[in-house]
Design a protein around this ligand. Structure first.
Ligand code: TPP
Ligand code: MG
Length: 273
């Protein structure tokens, strides 16, 4: 699979989902798309066939508002038919605006920020007790890091030296109402995680090649959990959405939809050349 082209393909699905549903978190979807693309198509052993087993890898989207990007990836992997995407956020649909564990492929409800890492720590401890070689991944937003519960998980992950655990921070410097520095200053994440006993990898989180290397290095590292600080651009892929706090939760107009789709199609084509 051409992962670079696929990132733009997935973003087109996200744009379609949100334009149709008239709701969604497009900025955070687009910043995390490359991370999900690489994880599901290159790194993790999670398929519709093995999803019922416990010795497969485990994944938690702790920044649950980016569920549209997860829907795009899971649908492409065959967890559910494409027609299901037509029902996202419709009355009575299980494809709601945040991850819901009745959807095939999703194992933890999320959306209330700050819980995913602690659950992932529990899963990693359970995996160790089972002597299983599977790995556990949790993706958080950088605004999410203002939740105190994240740091309980960070503390426990370091304490138990959970080298089967990999946390990813979507470090796009924006949250709902402005920059992370304005809302709750966090200048350098790397030093904080190192102080909590984690192996820290910094990477361009919108570069699929760099991400693949980072995940391989994380899996090879023994004795500590790894956090990948993925430096990303919120809204990545559609120029007029990039780095704009306003696109956290905005629905494109018809004109914006056409413009954004044209840009994503052109980028997909260029990546395929
Ligand atoms: C506990 C909790 N408080 C507040 C919110 C409202 N909320 C939804 S998204 C968001 C901003 C999150 O920012 P970030 O984690 O940086 O996400 P991203 O930039 O990746 O979209 C907030 C505050 C929430 N979902 N959960
Ligand atoms: Mg953010």
């Amino acid at each position: 699979m051409n992962l670079k082209a696929n990132s733009y393909r997935l973003r087109q699905d996200v744009l379609d989902i949100i334009y149709r549903a008239k709701t969604g978190h497009i900025g955070g979807d687009f910043s995390v798309t490359d991370i999900l693309n690489v994880l599901y198509n290159q790194v993790m052993d999670i398929t519709p066939e093995n999803f019922g087993r416990n010795d497969r890898d485990h994944f938690i989207l702790s920044k649950g508002h980016a569920v549209e990007a997860l829907y795009a990836v899971l649908c492409q992997k065959g967890f559910f038919p494409r027609e299901d995407l037509l029902t996202v956020s419709q009355y009575g649909s299980k494809y709601i605006g945040h991850p819901y564990n009745k959807v095939n492929g999703i194992e933890m409800n999320s959306g209330s920020l700050g819980h995913g890492l602690s659950v992932a720590v529990g899963m990693a401890i359970a995996g160790r007790m089972d002597k299983s070689s599977h790995r556990v991944y949790a993706v958080m937003g950088d605004g999410e890091l203002a939740e105190g519960s994240v740091w309980e998980g960070a503390m426990a992950g370091g304490h138990y030296k959970l080298d089967n655990l990999c946390a990813v921070i979507d470090r796009n410097h924006l949250q709902i109402s402005g920059t992370t520095e304005y809302v709750m200053n966090q200048k350098v994440q790397e030093e904080r995680w190192a102080a909590f006993g984690w192996n820290v990898i910094s990477v361009n989180g919108n570069d699929v090649d760099a991400l693949q290397q980072a995940f391989a290095d994380a899996a090879a590292f023994k004795g500590k959990p790894t956090v990948i600080v993925a430096h990303t651009t919120k809204g990545c892929g559609v120029s007029f959405m990039e780095n704009q706090a306003g696109w956290h939760h905005r629905v494109p107009t018809a004109e914006e939809y056409e413009k954004g789709m044209a840009e994503l199609k052109a980028k997909e084509a260029a990546a395929n050349e």
